[in-house]
Design a protein. Structure first.
Length: 249
């Protein structure tokens, strides 16, 4: 199993998961042409993908979905309650409604229900050939029930959205600051690093810090929070305007 981030941040989010004959797109917050170009750089095409997973309906995660539907035959795998927020982007006939545990061919997926101001927002635990990764962005906190399910995975992609001091001293209006730090907002560097300290285990080899705010965070501050928790695994920062490395799980 391999993962690559195509874009990560408030301007657009998209990743690909490669599992042999079953390849999956997660979120489509970039243009069809942007993703097409990235796939071609890896000698891949949309015909080699089995579907798309959507975390939630905010535009930075679905802006390119309508174009993807227009140019490919891919179906989206989503919770039923998410569809009303996506119906302007994708017809019902192109959706597969999912339960909390489901398969896409030989890939097992378990939903993590996240806390965000969007209908049925979710993250994923993805399993293939005895390898497992966690994919969580856009959540104000992680419920203990789901945190327990996330323990000792091979790779974590998790948001490290903001530095709390930068956010509160920064340019956002008060209502937006309160939204970001709320239970339906985003994870701070400190909160993310504390979660990771609890859940990483002997099999954990990689962490991808995602969805960093351009105005309220820096890569250095995100990494500093991880260092303070004495987490000693390979750390990658997912960036807004460039593809991440392909990481083998």
């Amino acid at each position: 199993m391999k993962i690559q981030t195509i874009a990560s941040g408030s301007k657009g989010n998209c990743s690909i998961i490669l599992c042999g004959d079953t390849n999956i797109i997660i979120d489509m917050g970039v243009s069809y042409l942007t993703l097409k170009k990235s796939l071609e750089e890896n000698s891949l095409s949309f015909e080699q993908f089995s579907g798309i997973l959507i975390t939630h309906c905010h535009k930075d995660h679905i802006n390119g979905l309508a174009s993807l539907v227009k140019h490919t035959n891919l179906h989206a795998f989503i919770p039923r309650d998410m569809y009303d927020s996506l119906k302007e982007y994708i017809p019902l006939s192109r959706c597969e409604f999912i339960d909390d545990n489901f398969n896409i061919n030989d890939v097992e997926v378990e939903l993590i229900h996240t806390s965000h101001d969007a209908p049925s927002s979710v993250g994923f635990i993805i399993n293939h050939n005895d390898k497992s990764l966690v994919y969580v962005t856009d959540t104000g906190y992680i419920n203990r029930k789901y945190l327990a399910k996330m323990v000792n995975k091979d790779l974590y992609l998790i948001e490290s959205n903001h530095d709390e001091v930068m956010l509160m001293d920064g340019p956002y209006p008060r209502f937006l600051k309160e939204r970001v730090i709320s239970d339906i907002g985003h994870l701070s560097n400190t909160t993310t690093s504390k979660y990771l300290k609890k859940i990483i285990g002997p099999r954990t080899k990689n962490i991808i810090l995602a969805h960093l705010s351009e105005k309220n965070n820096t890569e250095e501050k995100a990494l500093e929070a991880i260092k303070e928790q004495e987490i000693d695994v390979n750390i990658t920062i997912a960036r807004q305007y460039e593809n991440g490395p392909i990481i083998e799980v």
